[in-house]
Design a protein around this ligand. Sequence first.
Ligand SMILES: *Cc1c(COP(=O)(O)O)cnc(C)c1O
Length: 432
Amino acid sequence: MTHRADLVALDKRHVWHPYTPMDRYLAETDPLVVVSAEGSWLTDADGRRYLDANASWWVASLGHRHPALVAALRTQLDSLAHCALAGITHEPAARLAAELTAIAPPGLSRVFYSDNGSTAVEVAVKLCGQYWAQNGRPARTRFIALDGAFHGETLGATSLGGVSTFTRVYAPWTFEVIRLPVADDQTTWAQCLEEVSRILRNHADEVAGVVVEPMVQGAAGMRMHPPEFLRALRELTREADTFLVADEVFTGLWRTGSRWACDHADVAPDVLCLAKSLSGAMLPFAATLTTERLFDGFRGDDSRAFFYGHTYCGNPLGAAVARAALAVYRDEDIPAQVSQKAPRIADAFARMGELPGVVRTRSLGMIGALDLGGDGYLARTGWRVFEEARARGIYLRPMGDTVYVTPPLNIPDGDLTTLLEGVEESVRAALK
Ligand SMILES: *Cc1c(COP(=O)(O)O)cnc(C)c1O
């Protein structure tokens, strides 16, 4: 207990938390002090267990410390923990690139490694921009992104972002993007598509790429799109002969019920950004996949090279763990587990839609979400649900008044029952 109190005191004295109003935290929050995690569970310093309802920010898709991933990390540690990747290589980077391109949407044959979701997107932005600059279309300098988009926190990724809580203050240092509307109910999708096609046709000559979170905008509050929207973006970008960048940092690897969210619309993007669950909640690791066409645009004279990289690009530990994760998806038939568990999430959230105070619900694959009616990230009712869930042994961090679950894809059936019942009870209790 004193141990716990010591840690909280040190934390409150020195740690500046992400996405956290620190006055409120210092005054009101008694944080979970997590000492271990296994499968779908976090254990705190008092020995209490909490179901990890969001897979620790969408990364622990195979649960925490999956034995195959732990073993792969240990084995890799015995030979090579790190070396650079500029003009030299190593087995985990080479084999992972081959394995990723083998399962990627058609046409994606090249892999550029980096550290996290933001850098995966930053790579995509610079690749697209530089491609046009040196391949005869220098006027193509602008990007199109969606209303409510979230692509990460570096300045390029922030520029693409459409959630004002994350972008507003940084406006003086970010670039302007062309913003596409996103409909918020079924009836307005047709109008939305018309508007999108008008914007894309008007700007075809200046657009370096269209960047999209396919099917689900996670950080916007699990906003979901019909596949027709993504299909239309693919058709319009093809017509304009510009690039479609799919940011699957959140959705990639079966989160939405298909391997790639793009699969729902049968779409192959020109660039695919991966991070988060790619390295199974073990290490920061990311990959940006591109086509041969994009790659070829950087060949020839030395000055055409992509002068970009991060120190830990393709880190052998991360790559080895990512390879092990891909093997688990195959060997443990994660797709079959997802197709069996996803309908339970859909049913539970549809039912919660009947609760008084719940405004809207939605689900896709291993994502279930509901809205409590407040607006934006600073709404507070979601946090009442968080407290109720915490008291019931569930870690259920909301996004404002959006309460959602994104559990490990292999969450055991009993734990999924506990989770879904617990969420419902917590919502009821918070709204009472
Ligand atoms: C989380 C996320 C990012 C940023 O990833 P980081 O690893 O936090 O930098 C980018 N795009 C999407 C869609 C995300 O969900």
